[in-house]
Structure formats: structure tokens, C-alpha cells
Design a protein around this ligand. Structure first.
Ligand code: NAD
Length: 310
């Protein structure tokens, strides 16, 4: 069955995703849209030249009329902080960019699933949900999929175990208030906290700090993070298109989750062809639950200061 993915915003994140998709072959067609049309066109030509070594996929630069038949629209478009600009002003400018993008996609009668990557991802996913009028099932943010991957990688590195065999997650805001869930973290059913020889309290604290500060560190070293999130987005796309019912820590609308409502947050959710079909109710301990509520309150305070007009 043909699958069209439209990627809006062909910067580092958008193009790294396109590259991952050409190698992994989840989609049959990738359409690249950017306000800089030449950039999208140049990337499409470059990616096409790799196809003899990759999967049979059609890749081209396009425009909003291509959204009508898209299965998934990934939004990785964003504006950068100007010197002296506050985070809140940057946030409102990105909401304005989203307003323009969502309006154009809705004018084309898009009926698929929005997958949001632009930061702050939880707030912009919520904005997309509100601006599009779509049910929350069909508006998904990348959430803490990347933070969870970093957490599993670092735990695995310390334990010398394949990170794919580490069952641990980060929930809440994709940002400073994110929450590591130790109460359920395990390897082969054994709680992570039992691996005391390799994972002392001090080591666990270092791991949590490294996960939380990873983006700052990478941005300091090379200006942006994009490879790992591209693979995370590709994993979400795979679960959607192949109807896999995978549990992924995506950003989704919470409705009375630990008493939290009307905000998007990273939480383990079942993702399939319909989008986010259900959320896993975690048995959080008291501290984790309070930290999640704190994360929700931080995001809600920012949302309340935004203009979200359809
Ligand atoms: P970038 O600056 O390289 O690319 C942004 C692209 O968006 C540019 O090509 C720009 O021309 C385009 N753009 C801007 N306004 C547009 C509009 N109105 N319509 C169409 N295109 C438009 O940025 P990047 O490094 O690719 O990052 C993109 C976003 O992804 C940022 O917000 C970044 O913070 C975020 N990000 C998220 C995660 C995550 O875990 N969710 C991880 C890494 C980066």
C-alpha cells in the first residue's frame, strides 16, 4: 500500500528524517516542503541520488497541495531565537508559524496524522491539536521519545547491556522538567535499582542529569541535535504505518491522568494506524507523580499566555 509522508521544514531534523526513511523504507513517497523552496528542492535531488543504495522511494520537493493525500505530515519547521528575544516571544512566533502551516494543510483537506517535532514540542503539539480541530488521536508529538532513548542508551552503557533490552522511560515535558520513571525501570523484569554494583545512586543521578542536559551539550558542541530524533520520528512513523500498536513515549493529550488534563505531555502510549489509541496508566510512586504534575503545570502556564486562534 503506498504511503505518503510530507515533511514540512527541511532543516537538519526534517532532512535527517527523510534520510532515515530512505534507508529504512517505511514510506513509498516523501514530499519535502520548506519556505525556502530551493533548500527543499536541493535536498530532494541529493536524497534521490542515494536511492540506488537505499529503498525504492519517490522523493520530491512539493507544496501544500501534496498534503491532501498524505498519510502523515511531520512538522519540523521552526524559527530560531533572535538575540535578546525571550523564550515566550520565540514560542509565540513558532505558534504563529504553526498557525500558518496548519491553516494551509487544512485548506487542502488533510485527513491523516500530524506528527510534531518542532520545539517546544509539547506546546506546539497542543497548539496543533487546537488549531486543526483534529481529535487528539491524530495529533502526536515526538514527546520524550528522544529522552527515553538517551536514558536507555546510558543505562545500557553502564550495565553493558543492549539498550533495546533496557525497559525504562522518561515522561513529562520534553525539556527541563522531564521525569525519569525508576519505579518501573527494569531489565528482564529485574528492577534497575537492583543493579547496585553498576548503577549506584550517584551513577543514576549522573545519568538523569546527562539525559536532561544532552540537548544543551550537543548544541554547544555542534549547533543542533538531529540524528537521534530523526530515528525516533521514523520509529513512530513505522508504528503508525505498520499498525504495530507499539508503546512509545510520545506527546499526547492527557485527560485526568494523575489528575492532569488538557495538556500534551510525553507518556507511554499505544500507537497504530489510527494514531494514539490509548495511554498506559503507570503505577507512578508519589515523587514521580508529583514531578509529572509539576511538569504539566509548567507547560500549562506557558500555554495560558499564548494566542491560539483558529
Ligand atoms: P533548522 O533551522 O535547521 O530548520 C528549520 C527549517 O524550518 C528551515 O529549513 C526553515 O526554512 C523552515 N521553516 C521556517 N519557517 C517555515 C515555514 N513557515 N514554513 C515552512 N518551513 C519553514 O532547525 P532544525 O535543527 O531542523 O530543528 C527544527 C526543530 O526541531 C526545532 O524547533 C528544534 O528545536 C526541534 N527539535 C526537536 C527535537 C525533539 O526531540 N522534538 C529534537 C531536535 C530538534
Amino acid at each position: 500500500m503506498p504511503h505518503r509522508i510530507v515533511i514540512i521544514g527541511t532543516g537538519l531534523v526534517g532532512t535527517s528524517l527523510a534520510f532515515a526513511l530512505t534507508i529504512q523504507g517505511q514510506a513509498s513517497e516523501i514530499v519535502l516542503i520548506d519556505k525556502d523552496k530551493d533548500r527543499a528542492k536541493g535536498h530532494a535531488i541529493d536524497l534521490n541520488h542515494g536511492l540506488p543504495f537505499a529503498q525504492p522511494i519517490s522523493i520530491r520537493a512539493g507544496d501544500y497541495s501534496d498534503c491532501a493525500l498524505a498519510d502523515i505530515i511531520v512538522i519540523a519547521a521552526g524559527v530560531n531565537q533572535q538575540p535578546g528575544e525571550t523564550r515566550l516571544s520565540l514560542l509565540q512566533r513558532n505558534v504563529d508559524v504553526f498557525q500558518e502551516i496548519i491553516t494551509k494543510t487544512m485548506q487542502e483537506n488533510f485527513k491523516g496524522i500530524f506528527l510534531i517535532a518542532t520545539n517546544p514540542v509539547d506546546i506546539l503539539s497542543y497548539a496543533t491539536y487546537r488549531l486543526s480541530g483534529f481529535p487528539a488521536t491524530r495529533v502526536i508529538g515526538s514527546g520524550t521519545i528522544l529522552d527515553t532513548a538517551r536514558f536507555r542508551y546510558l543505562l545500557g552503557k553502564n550495565l553493558d547491556i543492549d539498550p533495546r533490552s533496557i525497559h525504562a522511560m522518561i515522561i513529562g515535558e520534553h525539556g527541563d522538567s522531564e521525569v525519569p520513571v525508576f519505579s518501573t525501570a527494569n531489565v528482564a523484569g529485574l528492577p534497575i535499582k537492583q543493579f547496585k554494583d553498576l548503577l549506584s545512586e550517584a551513577t543514576l543521578k549522573t545519568i538523569v542529569d546527562d539525559v536532561r542536559l544532552a540537548a544543551y551539550e550537543i548544541i554547544k558542541l555542534k549547533g543542533a541535535t538531529h540524528f537521534a530524533i530523526a530515528l525516533g520520528l521514523s520509529r513512530i512513523i513505522e508504528s503508525i504505518l505498520k499498525n504495530q500498536n507499539s508503546v512509545l513515549t510520545v506527546s499526547t493529550l492527557l485527560t485526568d491522568y494523575a489528575g492532569i488534563s488538557d495538556v500534551y505531555l510525553g507518556i507511554p502510549a499505544i500507537v497504530n494506524r489510527q494514531g494514539v489509541v490509548s495511554i498506559i496508566d503507570l503505577p507512578l510512586d508519589k515523587e514521580e507523580r508529583q514531578a509529572l504534575i509539576n511538569s504539566a503545570n509548567i507547560l500549562k502556564a506557558q500555554i495560558s499566555s499564548l494566542h491560539l486562534d483558529k
